[in-house]
Design a protein around this ligand. Structure first.
Ligand SMILES: C[S@@+](CC[C@H](N)C(=O)[O-])C[C@H]1O[C@@H](n2cnc3c(N)ncnc32)[C@H](O)[C@@H]1O
Length: 468
């Protein structure tokens, strides 16, 4: 291994693993190097960009020896677009690294005995597995290296696609995305074609001008399609023309909606959504439960794998039908509704009020009468008087966001002492931290990693805890 000091290039770095957030990692002179654009098993030359807490951070600039796990990415936008960063790694290798990440979190962070870490549950589908995507319009298309090399000016750079990571105003113009099933590509490409042919202006986020801002597409596993077109200002004639065109070309869109967003930022959750054609929601089905999904509803993005995740929750809970269950961080009540027919009662808590409205609607839609939902922060709502009112739980299901549970919530769980906890997590590191705290009074019987997001470093993991 040699070093070129001037250019800060370290040669022949062997990539040995994957660290937090999916970065490839190797070592040089005893120091850790985090390397972008590499996979475990590669030998690469690394351009060092910075150091952080003693570790070196850089990117691979030359592949000296490819890993045996490398494969050809299926996507023409791979490496430019920010999604699907692991498409060049075989799916088997992706699963191995996700499994290792969960095992490492337990051995290095939780440092507690675990009965069993089961093998990861792979996703049934590794392409077209999502039910929702958000595309942005921009008049600043991201130029490829080859285009930049030509020295040409490219005056017309309208694009519709994904944000280029690290360049908030640049958009990678997407021709085909392998995440959302058809007709998602056809819809996006038709919108772009119509807009270009009819000289619609694409948004310029720096200058805050341009008509077209965002395009949201949702397709459920029942084949129901929702499309939302977001404009910066209201130009009635142009709005009508593009929405009518979309309706005529894709009559299968059963929920065609639009939003006017005159704000500086892209958040649309605080804005009214107008119906152009059809209904204001679409329907998804997770095994025996139907969900009404509105334009602002959060929903698991991989529906098929969500069923298998919830099946794992049911398996770990091992219901006998008489349980009083709490479902913490319930979202729109999806786990609560999924398990309601297996227990006596479920009480769900979720901080977003609109999600709780959805949860109540979903319960009604499915004729579920044994659920109760509360809007609020779990750390404020779950306390001794709540438990007195709703009865001591036989089982607590908890599915917190990436930050894990607040330490006061963990402390409350240690006071409530439900005989069983099923902990669903989207971040093995914070789950391991919380398991360590809970191990004061609970044994961790088993953990099952579940892959919801192929080609990304994200991992879901379900743990069963039983009171000591
Ligand atoms: C990982 S999602 C789980 C949602 C649901 N269990 C599901 O499977 O779809 C986490 C949920 O927790 C909610 N949340 C985040 N922080 C919260 C808090 N402090 N109190 C209550 N809910 C919270 C989020 O709004 C989100 O709906």
């Amino acid at each position: 291994m040699g070093r070129n000091r001037k250019k800060k290039i370290i040669e022949n770095v062997e990539i040995t693993g994957i660290a937090d957030k999916g970065k490839a990692v190797g070592r040089h002179d005893g120091r850790v190097i985090f390397v972008a654009d590499a996979v475990p098993g590669d030998v690469v030359d690394v351009l060092i960009q910075k150091t952080k807490k003693g570790a070196l951070i850089g990117k691979a600039i030359q592949l000296k020896k490819p890993s045996a796990d490398r494969i050809t990415p299926i996507c023409e936008h791979f490496g430019i677009c920010g999604g699907c960063k692991w498409q060049h790694l075989s799916y088997e290798a992706q699963l191995t690294h996700k499994q290792t990440t969960v095992e490492n979190a337990i051995s290095r962070i939780a440092k507690i005995p675990v009965g069993e870490i089961q093998p990861i549950l792979p996703s049934e589908e590794t392409a077209y597995y999502r039910n929702k995507l958000e595309f942005s319009f921009s008049n600043k298309r991201w130029l490829t290296e080859e285009e930049v090399q030509t020295g040409d000016k490219f005056p017309k750079r309208d694009a519709l696609g994904f944000h280029r990571p690290g360049a908030f105003d640049k958009i990678v113009d997407v021709n085909h995305c392998h995440l959302l099933p058809e007709p998602s590509n056809a819809i996006r490409n038709e919108v772009r074609k119509f807009a270009l042919e009819n000289e619609y202006s694409f948004f310029d986020i720096r200058e805050q001008e341009g008509l077209l801002r965002q395009l949201f597409i949702r397709i459920t596993s029942l084949g129901e399609i929702m499309v939302i077109l977001c404009f910066y200002y209201d130009d009635e004639e142009k709005r009508k023309a593009i929405l009518d065109h979309l309706h005529q070309k894709f009559p299968e869109i059963i929920s065609l909606l639009y939003i006017i967003n005159p704000k500086k930022n892209d958040t649309v959750y605080d804005l009214p959504v107008k119906v152009w054609k059809g209904q204001p929601f679409i329907t998804e089905e997770l095994r025996h439960v139907k969900f009404k999904i509105g334009p602002k509803s959060f929903f698991q993005t991989n529906s098929k794998q969500a069923v298998r995740l919830y099946d794992t929750v049911v398996e770990f809970a091992d219901f006998n039908g008489s349980e009083n269950v709490y479902d913490l961080y319930t979202g729109l009540g999806s786990i609560a509704c999924f398990v309601a027919n297996k227990c006596k009662h479920v009480t769900g808590i979720e901080e977003i009020e609109a999600a709780i409205e959805d949860a109540n609607e979903n319960a009604t839609l499915n004729n579920i009468e044994n659920t109760t939902f509360y809007a609020g922060d779990v750390k404020d709502i779950l306390n001794a008087s709540f438990v007195e009112k709703h009865g001591k739980p036989d089982l607590i299901i908890t599915d917190p966001p990436r930050v894990g549970m607040h330490k006061n919530v963990v402390a409350t769980l240690l006071e409530v002492m439900a005989p069983k906890i099923v902990y669903v997590s989207c971040n093995p590191a914070t789950q391991a931290r919380d398991l360590q705290l809970l191990s004061e009074k609970y044994d961790v019987i088993k953990i099952k990693p579940v892959d919801m997001f192929p080609h990304t470093h994200h991992i879901e993991s379900v743990a069963l805890l039983v009171a000591k």
